[in-house]
Design a protein around this ligand. Structure first.
Ligand code: UDP
Length: 323
């Protein structure tokens, strides 16, 4: 099959491309290299089944050409990372909402199945113990720019599901929970590459707030496995799936495990949120997925642990330089 990945030079996109090439598919990776990097896909460039096209999803003819050749599309191109979103809310909203809209329009014109990458951020500050796909979504006020990301992705979901219901387009929504692994950059705030970098350099590991907030990290290899299974599932159109890991861990505990796994001399330092994000920043205190749906549909089982993540990210970080 010929598969288009928008955001194909990004962290998740590059792993997805690698997996799909391994399965014998042909890949076109479209990326404007705004947050994606050529270094993420350098090792794929010589592969006969892989083609990289540098450009934006807002370049109509580029997108139309790529969609026309595709049998399946993964739409991963988006503005990502809390830091980027807080710094640049207009860009986030425009990229995420208009970007998905144009990809949907082109997919519909060619009737190509589309998987949309959404995010666990859409659950917002819901207090539920685990988040199910049918759970209520609880977002904060529009005066707090962090929620722009969740709101923009939520609109993507509504649009995608709307295209399915109204026009019969095959659309599947994937809600990814804190996907982590090699090639993720810490530049836009993501915690695992930042902690690993800090620990490797024996610099202070910066835990924001009191560190009691929890996350459930998903190794990118596990996440990509679920994404691929759902892409080829005949009944998945019009459905939303959580894709997440199993182990809930506090950010303080993550810092301790990174420090100990890497035998680092780093101090673990608590940093108030307002020093990083300005005043009034709201963080999510817990975020745990219910993954029963994806398990029962695909047999998905996240196999990789937080220790696996730390080891793989550290191995990658040791082998590169720059931010
Ligand atoms: N975080 C932290 N130190 C950092 C970067 C992030 O303590 O240097 C915290 C952040 O406040 C959040 C958690 O780690 O509570 C996960 O952050 P990330 O940006 O990776 O993902 P999020 O869950 O916020 O989308």
């Amino acid at each position: 099959m010929r598969i288009l990945i928008t955001g194909g030079a990004g962290f998740i996109g590059s792993h997805l491309a690698e997996r799909l090439l391994g399965d014998g598919h042909e890949i076109v990776a479209l990326d404007d290299l705004s947050t994606g990097r050529l270094s993420n896909i350098e090792h794929l460039l010589d592969h006969p089944g892989f083609e990289f096209r540098q450009g934006s999803i807002f370049d109509g003819s580029l997108l139309a050409g790529a969609v026309a050749e595709a049998d399946l599309i993964f739409h991963l191109a988006a503005a990502v990372g809390v830091q980027l979103i807080v710094d640049n809310p207009v860009h986030t909203i425009e990229t995420n909402v208009r970007g998905t809209e144009v990809v949907l329009e082109h997919a519909l014109a060619r009737k190509v199945r589309l998987l949309i990458a959404s995010t666990s951020e859409v659950y917002g500050k819901s207090q539920e113990a685990t988040f199910r796909e049918e759970s209520d979504l609880v977002l904060g006020p529009s005066t707090k720019s962090r929620w722009a990301y969740a709101a923009s992705k939520l609109l993507d979901e509504f649009l995608g599901l709307g295209y399915h219901r109204q026009y019969g387009l095959d659309v599947v929504v994937l809600r990814l929970f804190n996907t982590v692994g090699p090639r993720q950059t810490g530049q836009y705030g993501m915690v695992v590459p930042r902690f690993v970098r800090q620990a490797l350099n024996d610099e202070p590991i910066t835990v924001y707030g009191d560190g009691q907030q929890t996350r459930t990290f998903t190794h990118v290899t596990d996440a990509v496995g679920a994404m691929v299974d759902l892409a080829f599932h005949d009944e998945a159109a019009g459905e939303v799936f959580n894709i997440g890991g199993k182990e809930e861990i506090s950010i303080s505990e993550l810092a301790r495990r990174v420090k100990s796994a890497l035998r680092s001399r780093s101090e673990i330092r608590l940093v108030p949120y307002d020093q990083v994000f300005g005043s009034g920043f709201e963080d999510m205190m817990r975020r745990v997925p219910d993954i029963e749906k994806v398990k029962s549909w695909t047999g998905y089982e996240p196999l990789r642990t937080v220790e696996d993540v730390i080891r793989d990210v550290a191995e990658h970080e040791r082998g590169r330089s720059g931010p």
